[in-house]
Design a protein around this ligand. Structure first.
Ligand SMILES: C[S@@+](CC[C@H](N)C(=O)[O-])C[C@H]1O[C@@H](n2cnc3c(N)ncnc32)[C@H](O)[C@@H]1O
Length: 299
């Protein structure tokens, strides 16, 4: 359904505004432009070359995604930032190409994306030359699922979106043949979530897991060295990854969202925990990210 901003108010729901920006490519580009632009705004000097975008910004302003601070200076509102972040998640083309070149989806595959966010892996899976028969996206965050719902468009009927914690998957044993997890595992309980992964995978099933390597946090520690709160957080993730790799202990600290337990993973640590779930690593690669293709034994 094509959405018209004229029929929507600034208090339109997140789902409605997401469907609006997904309905036209140029609307998506306009939000991403502001998200990535200099300090999130377009300055008057650059206005002449930007004038082609003005119309889009005005339409986005009607639904509360952008605001005009002064004539010709547009910025994303808080809601606009949220929408832009979801759109940016779906721009991970190269990483997704790499993932699906390894994860051999078949026409009868049941594909599960753990921590699906705004749905980039689900969208990519649905666009494969041989898309999976069914897709399931799981995320703990309801707004992310609303974003995935809007982004999936015509592919939505093949996809089940579920709000759940990765440490307690509402899926029966052995029901899934292909699994992906892009940057969601670093934030969860490693033992419980990887046990759930092993439980729901069918024998012979494959999982592509993307996690953070130690280099990811070392780099952040350096880049964010002047922000003391970030230094503490990055230091915590490094200590936590070290504790987990050496002693199998994951530290958990209460925060306003629940428990903070972020960490890096090592090939050895992941191989050990996957082995306990009856899985073998077939391939891995490490730079700032750490990518693993695993197979559930037994087929
Ligand atoms: C960095 S985002 C990655 C999103 C998506 N996989 C992508 O490729 O863009 C991490 C996602 O993991 C989800 N997440 C974090 N902890 C979770 C948990 N315990 N259970 C389920 N999802 C979780 C977050 O809500 C978020 O959507």
């Amino acid at each position: 359904m094509r959405m018209h901003p004229e029929s929507m108010t600034p208090s339109a729901s997140l789902g409605d505004v997401l469907r609006l920006v997904h309905s036209e490519r140029s609307m998506k580009q306009a939000v991403l432009r502001l998200l990535r632009g200099t300090e999130g705004s377009v300055h008057p000097e650059a206005r002449r070359s930007q004038s082609v975008w003005e119309l889009h910004y005005e339409r986005l302003a009607e639904v509360g995604l952008v605001a005009s601070q002064e004539e010709g200076v547009w910025t994303l509102t808080e809601r606009g930032h949220q929408v832009g972040t979801y759109l940016a998640q779906c721009e991970a083309g190269d990483e997704l190409d790499l993932m699906f070149s390894r994860l051999d989806c078949q026409a009868d595959s049941v594909f599960l994306d753990l921590g699906c966010g705004a749905g980039p892996a689900l969208i990519k899976a649905s666009e494969l030359s041989t898309p999976p028969q069914w897709m399931i996206g799981i995320d703990i965050d309801r707004s992310s699922l609303v974003a995935a719902d809007a982004a999936l468009g015509g592919h939505r009927p093949q996809c089940l979106l579920i709000q759940a914690d990765l440490s307690a998957l509402p899926i029966r044993d052995g029901a899934v043949t292909r699994v992906s997890s892009r940057l969601s595992l670093p934030y969860v309980d490693q033992r419980a979530s990887l046990a759930e992964l092993g439980r729901v995978m069918a024998p012979g099933g494959q999982a592509f897991l993307q996690v953070h390597s130690v280099g990811f946090y070392l780099r952040l520690l350096w880049d964010e060295r002047l922000q003391w709160k970030r230094v503490i957080l990055n230091g915590f993730c490094l200590l936590n990854g070290f504790m987990f790799a050496l002693f199998g202990v994951q530290l958990k600290v209460p925060n306003r969202h629940g428990l903070y337990q972020e960490l890096y993973q090592t090939r050895g640590g992941l191989a050990k925990i996957l082995k306990q779930q009856g899985m073998t690593i077939l391939w891995s690669e490490r730079d700032r990210l750490f990518r693993v293709l695993g197979k559930k034994n037994g087929a």
